[in-house]
Design a protein around this ligand. Sequence first.
Ligand code: ATP
Length: 242
Amino acid sequence: MTGLLRTERLEAGYGTMQVLWGVDLNVSGNETVVLLGSNGAGKTTFMKCLMGLLPSRAGTVTFRGEEITGLTTRARVERGLSFMSELGIFPDLSVAENIDLGALFRPRADAKRRAAELFELFPVLKEKRRQAAGGLSGGQRKMLGIAKALAAEPKLLVMDEPSAGLSPLFVATVIRSLAECRAGGLSLLIAEQNVKFLELGDRVFTMEGGRVHFGGTPAEIQADDGLRRAYFGLGQDDHVRA
Ligand code: ATP
């Protein structure tokens, strides 16, 4: 596996409040990394920094061998970073138009081919492609968020709590869709609190107080009783399927 994304001593915050305190994290090609952390740990702030939505105060972000720390969000998207966010869905536009917007910086022919592929991956979106996105259910909107992010044909998809607000059934559907993307060669960085997402992870990092504290395989996190208790509320005899 080759190095895809690397952050070194990344620091960021809001006004006088510092949130990230020197975050070192890396993602390789064809790898899925899950970032676990409780509420307020700094996961969203970290992802915003990766995407250039929030300036970092110190440290570096390197993507595919190039330092991108000072680049705009658009320049990062053009280089193959994509961020899944429900906030990016336009409710008055149709499902198909929203997906088209995700491919805004791609050549037109590529965007059309990609949209067709995405409708195969998400049949429910194909069915509703002419309907306004505002009429989708929470789970369907999540699918649209993923499809829109994938329309840019990223090398790395960054996702902030894809399970938030979803029923267990939809969580399973989202995980299945992501597993398919992963099998197709996409790398994923997923901030989550839902233990189910460990199924997807090659490696897991924990973040607390704006610092990364643990990096290892899902099996290693399961083997550590303290981490199991902290993140999954499970004791020694409970078993997490990962
Ligand atoms: P959650 O799982 O609850 O989404 P998180 O790990 O994503 O949490 P962040 O959203 O990065 O955590 O928040 C980290 C800290 O930064 C929190 O103390 C939060 O209150 C603060 N914070 C986040 N966004 C802003 C903002 N726009 N302005 C000021 N403070 C902020």
